[in-house]
Write a protein that binds this ligand. Structure first.
Ligand SMILES: Cc1cc2nc3c(=O)[nH]c(=O)nc-3n(C[C@H](O)[C@H](O)[C@H](O)COP(=O)(O)OP(=O)(O)OC[C@H]3O[C@@H](n4cnc5c(N)ncnc54)[C@H](O)[C@@H]3O)c2cc1C
Length: 474
């Protein structure tokens, strides 16, 4: 008997497993593939995800495997630098291969005690009042108290749960791969610049050792289960750029569409959904993995609280209440970005206008805070603007604030040095620090770093500790 079975060891499932293990939850991750994906897709970790990694002491490990790039230029690939003074200690983008991220998160989860079984596909499940019986493809049955589907866009868990996945099917498709080219680099640079003036969905950039990353619109929407051929690439390069650049010797070739869909519900009883299993959208702006990892970060401590028995009654349902609107917003901004990437004259005119508008600091800042997810404010009710937002990593007496969050517990940061976390000290840490760089007396942080309360009154604090962390210990 496990507490939680997670279907899928992608970035979302691995992150969730690690978060649950911080609270000693017995976790089993079932992954249908025997090995992590072998093709190298470079993804961008945006500011909020880098902050999460810092909060769990993982950032240094991850930085060794990635390349820092400026935070700006991601909204519809409009090349505007980020505004000065972004509100984060980690104001950059980290380009890193997706398999490396998956490997590091899986390794972290295993170090914390999660069990990962590869080569095991979830084929069915049934839930009752006490738990979920999960059936594997080979007929083996396993039992857990909860099941979380982190099994990607074609999620079996979502389908078996009967949760609707409304949205739009793919209208366009893009070919993507890595291959060698047969023409000199200078020739490529000039041709790429010229073609990108009208075709923003086209890209060809050096990847190292003579290999180029090639992205080019497909001729139409094809069979997603069939990988494209080198001839497909050549044909489309000729159609879009007027030359096929002599591409040859592909390392891998793939295609992705712009289908945009959002699960109607993130929870049905003891079964939950997270990551691509709950939402899909085109990769414009590089948000999908970030969104999934952040779902896991939001869900982990709440599900752990439910299992450990201290969760207030409605805590687990705040997962959907908080994350569904965030995904809705990401879907909308990717729809907008896809329009801005169209080669049609109307969208091109809107793109030029938005490019001008982004010269206004506030517009540029708003878009970057959206894409990087540092602008998210959960609805915790009336209160100062900081309430419901994440708190940046600030300097505190012991060093950095995020350094105090590695264990995934709540934290009261008390500048008045008068308050106490009392009977919640088994779930919430306390730091008295009159020097902390804050313009409010005290803040209560949830384990995900969001501000759950601001004030200086013990009675009011106790009410909020109960709201988020349940009843105090005797
Ligand atoms: C071209 C491209 C570029 C992208 N670039 C970015 C980017 O820059 N930044 C970004 O944030 N995102 C990016 N994304 C999106 C990102 O890759 C996905 O959002 C991310 O992989 C979602 O992670 P996940 O863990 O939710 O799902 P997945 O990565 O799909 O993982 C799901 C896992 O579940 C397993 N599984 C499936 N079915 C079962 C089953 N029945 N039983 C057990 N296991 C199962 C799968 O094998 C897989 O390992 C990009 C996507 C594409 C296509």
């Amino acid at each position: 008997m496990f507490d939680v079975i997670i279907a899928g060891c992608g970035p979302t499932g691995a992150m969730l497993a690690a978060e649950l293990r911080l609270h000693d939850v017995r976790v089993l991750v079932l992954e249908k593939e025997t090995e992590p994906a072998s093709f190298v897709r470079i993804v961008g970790l945006h500011i909020r995800s880098l902050e999460l990694m810092a909060m769990r002491g993982l950032l240094d490990r991850i930085l060794q495997h990635g390349r820092r790039r400026p935070a700006g230029g991601f909204f519809a690939a409009i090349p505007k630098p980020a505004p000065k003074g972004l509100d984060s200690a980690y104001a950059y983008l980290l380009g890193i291969p997706q398999p490396v991220i998956v490997h590091l998160l899986e390794e972290h989860a295993i170090e914390l005690g999660a069990q990962v079984r590869r080569g095991c596909a979830v084929a069915g499940f049934e839930q009752d009042d006490e738990g979920v019986t999960v059936e594997l493809a080979d007929g083996e049955q396993l039992r857990s108290r909860y099941l979380v589907g982190c099994d990607g866009a074609r999620s079996m868990v979502r389908k078996l749960l009967g949760v609707g996945f409304p949205g739009e099917p793919a209208r366009t498709e893009t070919l993507m791969g890595e291959m060698e080219v047969g023409v000199p680099q200078e020739e490529i640079a000039a041709k790429v610049a010229e073609t990108r003036e009208t075709h923003q969905r086209f890209w060809l950039r050096p990847f190292g050792e003579g290999v180029y990353s090639v992205v080019v619109p497909a001729a139409g929407v094809g069979d997603r289960t069939e990988p494209p051929t080198l001839e497909d690439f050549k044909q489309q390069l000729r159609a879009i750029a007027g030359t096929d650049f002599g591409v040859h010797s592909p390392r891998w070739m793939s295609r992705f569409g712009d289908a945009t869909r959002l699960a109607e519900r993130y929870r049905v009883g003891r079964v939950l959904l997270a990551g691509d299993a709950a939402h899909i959208h085109p990769p414009t702006g590089g948000q999908g993995l970030n969104l999934g990892v952040q779902d896991a970060f939001n869900l982990g401590w709440k599900l752990a609280a439910q299992i450990r028995g201290w969760a207030p009654e409605t805590l687990l349902d705040t997962y959907q209440a908080e994350r569904h609107p965030v995904a809705e917003d990401v879907l909308d901004n990717t729809r907008a970005q896809m329009e801005l990437l169209s080669a049609e004259p109307g969208p091109q005119a809107v793109r030029r206008l938005l490019t001008e508008l982004m010269d206004f600091d506030e517009v540029n800042r708003y878009l970057i805070e959206k894409i990087t997810a540092i602008g998210i404010r959960y609805d915790f009710g009336e209160g100062p603007d900081l309430l419901g937002r994440r708190l940046r990593d600030i300097d505190v007496k012991q060093g950095h604030l995020y350094g105090l969050l590695h264990r995934g517990r709540g934290l009261l940061l008390d500048r008045t040095e008068r308050l106490t976390v009392g009977g919640w000290s088994d779930r919430v840490d306390y730091l008295a620090d009159p020097t902390a760089v804050l313009d409010v007396p005290c803040v209560l942080l949830r384990p995900d770093g969001h501000v759950a309360w601001i004030g200086d009154d013990q009675g009011d604090l106790d009410d909020h500790l109960s709201r988020w962390f349940g009843k105090p210990a005797d």
